[in-house]
Write a protein that binds this ligand. Structure first.
Ligand code: SF4
Length: 174
């Protein structure tokens, strides 16, 4: 097995969201080798090949990996943290085992501009996505803190072309 374990070093309050936590952990293996493959899989990733670091978001949890150090941010308690550690360990090992099938990506994606996103949204400000307005949704999507799927209006037939353009811009699979 490529990654045997991830050990928690300490847990702090999250600076951005004080009702949540950030964990500083250390993996049993240096993860640089697997980063280009993770970068290829996550549209939310920010990858720096020279620094040996990658950052990505999944289900509103932020993962920052530098070599064998992993920070996990915005979880609510230790039970969730242990579930996240299991998920990450499985992800790394599954990716390592499948790496011959994945095209590695060595460059960092550029952010998609907020106005580009906003212009493709329905602009109804209906708040069904949980955000105050379409502009806030666009800003959240630019920061990769929300998924395109969170806007149900984009799934309606008249927005199919807009949704495809957004998915294309973010490299989402459809
Ligand atoms: S659900 Fe879609 S249309 Fe409604 S406010 Fe959110 S982004 Fe705008």
């Amino acid at each position: 097995m490529f990654l045997q374990s991830i050990n928690v070093l300490d847990v702090d309050l999250c600076v951005q969201q004080p009702d949540k936590f950030v964990a500083h952990t250390r993996a049993s293996a240096d993860l640089r080798e697997i980063m280009p493959y993770l970068n290829s899989m996550f549209r939310t990733s920010t990858y720096n090949h020279d620094a040996g670091s990658i950052k990505f978001t999944n289900d509103k949890i932020e993962y920052t990996i530098i070599g064998d150090k992993i920070n996990i941010a915005k979880f609510i308690n230790r039970t969730e943290l242990h579930e996240l550690l299991d998920w990450l360990k499985d992800l790394v090992n599954d990716t390592y085992d499948s790496r011959s099938e994945i095209i590695p990506m060595y460059v960092c994606r550029k952010p998609v501009p907020v106005l580009f996103i906003y212009n493709l949204l329905p602009k109804t400000n209906c708040q069904q996505c949980g955000e105050k307005s379409c502009m806030v949704f666009a800003a959240q999507l630019n920061k990769l803190e929300i998924d395109i799927e969170a806007c149900p209006i984009l799934s309606e037939p008249e927005y199919t072309a807009n949704r495809r353009r957004l998915e294309g811009a973010f490299g989402a699979f459809s």
